[in-house]
Design a protein around this ligand. Structure first.
Ligand SMILES: C[S@@+](CC[C@H](N)C(=O)[O-])C[C@H]1O[C@@H](n2cnc3c(N)ncnc32)[C@H](O)[C@@H]1O
Length: 242
C-alpha cells in the first residue's frame, strides 16, 4: 500500500513538471534569485535569463525600419552558407531570417525552430503564400530544439539565446545536432554598449557568450562587429569528438 501511494505521488509530481523529472542534477547549472523586471529570476553562469518575447510581439520583429536599424541585410549576407547547407534558425519567431536564408540554400533546407506554436503558424502561412519548399517548422521544447543529431551545417540564433530558460540543455542539444565542424552563429545586442537601446537582460556581452559556449565544448572562431547594435559570435563543433 505504502509503495503504491509513493508511485502515485511520484507520477503526479512528474506530471506537474511537464513529464520531466526535476532532478537536482538537471538544475545544478542554475540558481534562483528575486527576478528583475525583465527577468525570470533564474541565473545561469552569473546572468539572469530574460522573459520570452511573446507572439504578440511579432509585429515588432517584422517592423519595416528593422533592416535599417539593425542592418539585417548585412547580417544575412555575412552568414557563410553553401547552396546545399542544412541550416537551423533557433528561436525563429516570425521567420524574419528563415526566409532570406532559405533562398540562399536552394539545394538545402532550413529548420525553423520555436517554442511558440503561434510563431510557427506565421511561418507556415508565409511558406504557403510564397510557395517555399525548403523550410521545415519544428516545435521545440524549452530545453530541446528537437533537431536530428549530426545533420546541421550551420545553426543561427538571433536575439533569442538570452531568453532560453534552459540555455545549458539547449546548447548541448544544439551541439549534438551540428555536424562535426558545423557552426553556431549567435547574434546578441551588445551589452558593452550603453547606446544600444535595448533592456539590459535582452543584451549579452561577448565575454558572457564565449564563456557559456566554452562550457558546452564549442570552439570560438571569431567575433564580428559590423552590425550597428549586435555582435555576431561564431562557434564551431570540434571535428574530432572525444
Ligand atoms: C525576440 S524573438 C527573436 C525572433 C527571431 N530570431 C528574430 O530575430 O526575428 C525570440 C524568439 O525565441 C523563441 N524562444 C525562446 N526560448 C526558446 C527555446 N528554448 N527554443 C526555441 N525558441 C525559443 C521565442 O518564442 C521567440 O519567438
Amino acid at each position: 500500500m505504502f509503495i503504491i501511494r509513493w508511485i502515485v505521488y511520484l507520477s503526479l509530481a512528474l506530471g506537474a513538471c511537464g513529464g520531466r523529472a526535476d532532478t537536482g542534477l538537471e538544475n545544478a547549472h542554475y540558481t534562483t534569485g528575486p527576478p528583475n523586471r525583465d527577468g525570470i529570476g533564474k541565473i545561469y553562469m552569473g546572468r539572469e535569463i530574460s522573459h520570452v518575447m511573446g507572439h504578440l510581439g511579432a509585429g515588432w520583429l517584422e517592423r519595416p525600419e528593422r533592416e535599417r536599424q539593425e542592418r539585417t541585410d548585412l547580417l544575412i549576407a555575412g552568414l557563410s552558407l553553401s547552396e546545399d547547407f542544412v541550416v537551423a534558425d533557433i528561436g525563429a519567431g516570425t521567420g524574419y531570417f528563415t526566409f532570406p536564408v532559405a533562398a540562399r540554400v536552394p539545394q538545402g533546407k532550413v529548420f525553423s525552430v520555436d517554442i511558440q506554436p503561434e510563431m510557427l503558424a506565421l511561418i507556415e502561412q508565409r511558406k504557403a503564400l510564397e510557395n517555399v519548399a525548403n523550410v521545415e517548422t519544428v516545435l521545440g521544447e524549452a530545453d530541446d530544439p528537437k533537431l536530428p543529431d549530426n545533420e546541421i551545417d550551420l545553426a543561427f540564433i538571433v536575439d533569442a539565446y538570452h531568453e532560453f530558460s534552459f540555455p545549458r540543455e539547449m546548447g548541448e542539444r544544439l551541439k549534438a545536432s551540428l555536424k562535426p565542424g558545423g557552426q553556431l552563429v549567435l547574434v546578441e545586442y551588445r551589452a558593452e554598449d550603453p547606446r544600444v537601446p535595448i533592456k539590459r537582460l535582452h543584451k549579452m556581452s561577448e565575454m558572457q557568450v564565449k564563456q557559456e559556449m566554452a562550457a558546452i565544448g564549442l570552439d570560438w572562431v571569431r567575433t564580428e562587429s559590423h552590425l550597428p547594435q549586435q555582435h555576431v559570435l561564431i562557434f564551431q563543433k570540434p571535428r574530432a569528438q572525444p
